[in-house]
Write a protein that binds this ligand. Structure first.
Ligand code: ADP
Length: 265
């Protein structure tokens, strides 16, 4: 009487025989749901105590406890880190629970400008920032989620590119009628064997170095989920010592004529 999920695979051989493989994946899907609920509940439960810890730590002035100043500093850093991890886990749970997102018209010029300002603030003049934009079309999707996904890629580009490097934000059209937003850096790059696993939760190329940079290891999982909800994909190209390009690739059905042009007589 339970709802069952079946996975069907039809293989047709050259000699006209066929093989139908039916797999019952109901149990797998139930387990996956249990995992999701567990992560969502734990994150939610951790949020309140963390807020309290964070709040009290902020009330202590370093001058009041001069001998503990380095410890206070470290406690604040770590509690901030934990809060960020919990917030990112909650964001992931929220995204996993959704099948669709608001469909809004996103004008790419202001969005890229906002991303450039974010990169500037993070980079503090240590990188050359370049924006290239073909604004033939607007993008259809969730402004908030896409902005946060793109912003993740920009933050990573700044984080993993040494001072003096170049970061390029580009919105360009593809020959197949789609378009892509890409973030290219001249940073440390990523060895090929890591590329397939980069979007896994908590996956990091170099744990110690990534910890220092203050990331949570959840950024690219969030990016992947946001893109999936837009039927878009993440393309990663990278060469160690040369740099990386992270491209969000959208199909033509996600592109809209800009309003000014559409309304012209
Ligand atoms: P993090 O919070 O650690 O940055 P992400 O999920 O955003 O987590 O990224 C996962 C890992 O991918 C990072 O720890 C880093 O090793 C690698 N990475 C991501 N972006 C870049 C980049 N632009 N250049 C080099 N390595 C990157």
């Amino acid at each position: 009487d339970e709802e069952r999920r079946l996975n069907l695979l039809l293989i047709r051989y050259a000699d006209d025989r066929s093989l139908l493989v039916v797999r019952d994946v109901s149990q797998l899907m139930r387990l996956e749901q249990v995992r999701r609920d567990f992560v969502a509940n734990v994150s939610h439960e951790l949020r309140t105590p963390l807020t309290v810890v964070h709040g009290y730590l902020d009330m202590i002035e370093p001058e009041q406890v001069p001998e503990y100043e380095p410890i206070l500093h470290e406690l604040r850093n770590q509690s901030r880190r934990m809060t960020q991890i919990v917030e990112d886990l909650l964001t992931l749970s929220r995204l996993e629970a959704r099948n669709d997102l608001p469909q809004e018209r996103i004008s790419m010029r202001p969005l890229l400008e906002a991303l450039r300002r974010e990169a500037e603030a993070l980079s503090q003049g240590q990188h050359t920032l370049v924006v290239e934009l073909d604004d033939r079309h607007d993008l259809l999707g969730s402004t908030k989620e896409l902005h946060s996904a793109f912003s993740n890629l920009v933050t990573n580009a700044v984080r993993y590119t040494p001072a003096g490097g170049r970061i390029m934000l580009r919105w360009q059209h593809d020959a197949d009628g789609g378009a892509r937003l890409s973030v290219t850096d001249t940073g440390q790059g990523i060895p090929a064997q890591h590329l397939p696993r980069l979007t896994e939760r908590f996956y990091r190329v170099s744990t110690s170095r990534s910890r220092e940079t203050g990331g949570t290891g959840l950024g690219l999982s969030i990016v992947k989920h946001v893109l999936q909800l837009h039927q878009a994909r993440l393309e990663i190209r990278s060469e160690p010592g040369v740099g990386s390009t992270f491209a969000c690739v959208f199909g033509g059905e996600r592109l809209l004529e800009p309003l000014a042009l559409a309304e012209a007589p």
